[in-house]
Design a protein around this ligand. Structure first.
Ligand SMILES: CC(C)(COP(=O)(O)OP(=O)(O)OC[C@H]1O[C@@H](n2cnc3c(N)ncnc32)[C@H](O)[C@@H]1OP(=O)(O)O)[C@@H](O)C(=O)NCCC(=O)NCCS
Length: 181
């Protein structure tokens, strides 16, 4: 998508990726732990993959943001919405480099995605899913007010193993009700 916004939160700047981020993307996303928790990140993360991924963002229906530290500018990871305009809904996805886990950064970035999705993009629903064996991601979804909508048994296959998926969603109306006034 063209003209992607830059968003600011208390500790983070969420901005479009640039090609210069590619080596750091490869270093962070190349961690097996991250690939293991997602369906889309390849492992090993070969030379050139980060550049291709960043280039592909311009023509995609997704809006991917680099999660960066506001004060120092370090790249922490990625977060994004894959938008379906036919239904005014989007799928939320995210990953952070392991050194940045458990400091509330994913939750902070995901909250900004809800605000952006519902108020800037005018979406009606945002959904997300995680592997049953990845409760940290589920915890992020809970903390931003998403509702657990289902448990899909052996729904996908990752590295040769069937995986259960937990599905979460939030409607714009839930979001407005849950916001502090
Ligand atoms: C999922 C991920 C983005 C979370 O990032 P993060 O910045 O550590 O998330 P936050 O700090 O905002 O919140 C994590 C929550 O999970 C909890 N948590 C962490 N590990 C956990 C575990 N093994 N079991 C249960 N809860 C766990 C944390 O305690 C925290 O909850 P709390 O604030 O109630 O204590 C990060 O772990 C990651 O990038 N994982 C690999 C990629 C991935 O899983 N992407 C999502 C695919 S669906």
């Amino acid at each position: 998508m063209e003209n992607q916004a830059t968003l600011s939160t208390e500790r983070l700047i969420l901005r479009p990726f640039r090609l210069a981020d590619a080596p750091e993307v490869r270093r962070l996303a190349g961690d097996r732990e991250i690939a293991s928790a997602t369906l889309s990140i390849p492992h090993p993360y070969e030379e050139g993959m980060a550049e291709n991924w960043i280039r592909s963002q311009k023509d995609s229906t997704g809006m991917v943001f680099a999660v960066t530290h506001k004060a120092q500018g370090d790249l922490f990871g990625a977060i994004g919405l894959n938008v379906n305009r036919d239904f005014d809904h989007a799928e939320l996805g995210y990953w952070l480099g392991t050194a940045y886990w458990r400091q509330g950064y994913a939750t902070e970035a995901a909250r900004a995605m809800l605000e952006f999705g519902f108020h800037t993009l005018g979406l009606n629903r945002i959904h997300a899913h995680h592997f049953l064996r990845n409760p940290a991601s589920g915890r992020v979804m809970q903390k931003i007010g998403m509702v657990r909508e289902g448990h899909l048994r052996a729904h996908v296959k990752k590295w040769g193993r069937y995986e259960d998926i937990i599905a979460y969603g939030i409607l714009k109306s839930d979001y407005e009700k849950g916001k502090p006034s």
